[in-house]
Design a protein around this ligand. Sequence first.
Ligand code: GLY
Length: 351
Amino acid sequence: MCYFCSIIQSKADMNFTIDIKNCSRVVVGSAEALLPQLLPSKRVIVVSDTNIDRHYHSLLEQYDHILIGLGETSKTLHTVDNIYRRFIELGVDRSCFVLGIGGGIVTDVAGFAAATYMRGLEFGFISTSLLGQVDASVGGKNGVNVDGYKNMVGTFCQPKFVVCDVDMLRTLSRREFRTGLAEMIKSAVIADAELFKMLEECDFSLLQRNTAQLSELVFRAIKVKADIVERDERETGDRRKLNLGHTLAHAIEKSSSKMNHGEAVAVGLAHIADAAQRGGLLSAEDKQRIVALLEKAGFALTPPVEMRRLLKEVKKDKKSEGEQIYVVFPRAIGECVVEKMPLEEFKALFK
Ligand code: GLY
C-alpha cells in the first residue's frame, strides 16, 4: 500500500543531493523513492509525533515507533528520558537505526536521543516541515530546551541522511509553512543573493503546491547551510552566521508564546537589518528589500512584548560568552559579518 498516496505526483526523478562532511547525505526528493535506498539494513526504530502519525500512519506502523507530543514544550529532557525508556522496553541497542520523521522538534529530539543512547546510535531523518528542511534537520545539531531557553543541551552529531520531500509540506497549515520561509529568507540574506531575488519574484500563495519551484528553493537554502557547516561544523567561526536574527528571536520565544520560531526570526531579521543600516553597515536599499520580503511573506515585524523585556533575556542566550555576545549583521543581500561585542553594546542597538 502506498503511504504517500496523497502526495506522489509525477516527480520525475527530481532529486537534489548534497553531502556534508562526507558522512551526511541531504536529498531533496521523493521520500517514498529515497527511503529504501537510504535506510541501512538494520532494525529501524521510528521517532515521530502524533501529527505525523495522523498523516502517515501506514508508514509508521511498518516499524516499532515512538510518538512524542507536539510543539516546543515537548522539546525537553523529560521527552528524551521517555524515549530512552521506550528504547529499553523495545530492546533497542547499537545495532539499531533511529529514523526521525517529523518537523524540527522531532528531528532535534530524535537526533539527541539517538546520539546519546548507549553512547550513540546511527540515525537519519525524513524532514516534514519547511523549517526542518531548510534548517533544523540539516547540519548535525540536535538538542532540547531547558527551562524555556532554546537548545541549551545537545550534541553535534550528523544524521546519516536527511530526506526533504517538499510534497510532504502540502499538509502544513499556512502558518507552519510560512515559519520556514523566515529561515529561507535568512539563508538568502546570509549567502545567496540569487535565492533572495528568486524569493522576491516568487508567488508565496502558490509555492506550497509547486513541487519544482519549492524543491529548487529548498535546495538552495540547504546549500547555504551545508557550505557553512562543511567549513565549521562546531560553530567556532562561520557557523555563527546561521544565527542571523536569532538572538532577538530566541528572546521573543522565551518571553511570549504568541510567535512561533519563524515568526520570531522574521522580527529578529528585520531588527538586526535596521541596526546594521543605522550603523552604516547595510545600505538603506538592502534593508528595505529585507523588510519588504519579510512583509511579502506575511510576517508581522513588531515584537509581541516590549523590547526592554526581550533584552533582559539576551544574557542567557547561548550565543553569549560572559559579558560578550556574537552578533551577526547583514552587510549586503547575500553577505554578513560576525562581530563579538559587549552585551550592553548589543542591547543599545535596539534602544
Ligand atoms: N540553526 C543554526 C545551526 O544549525 O547552526
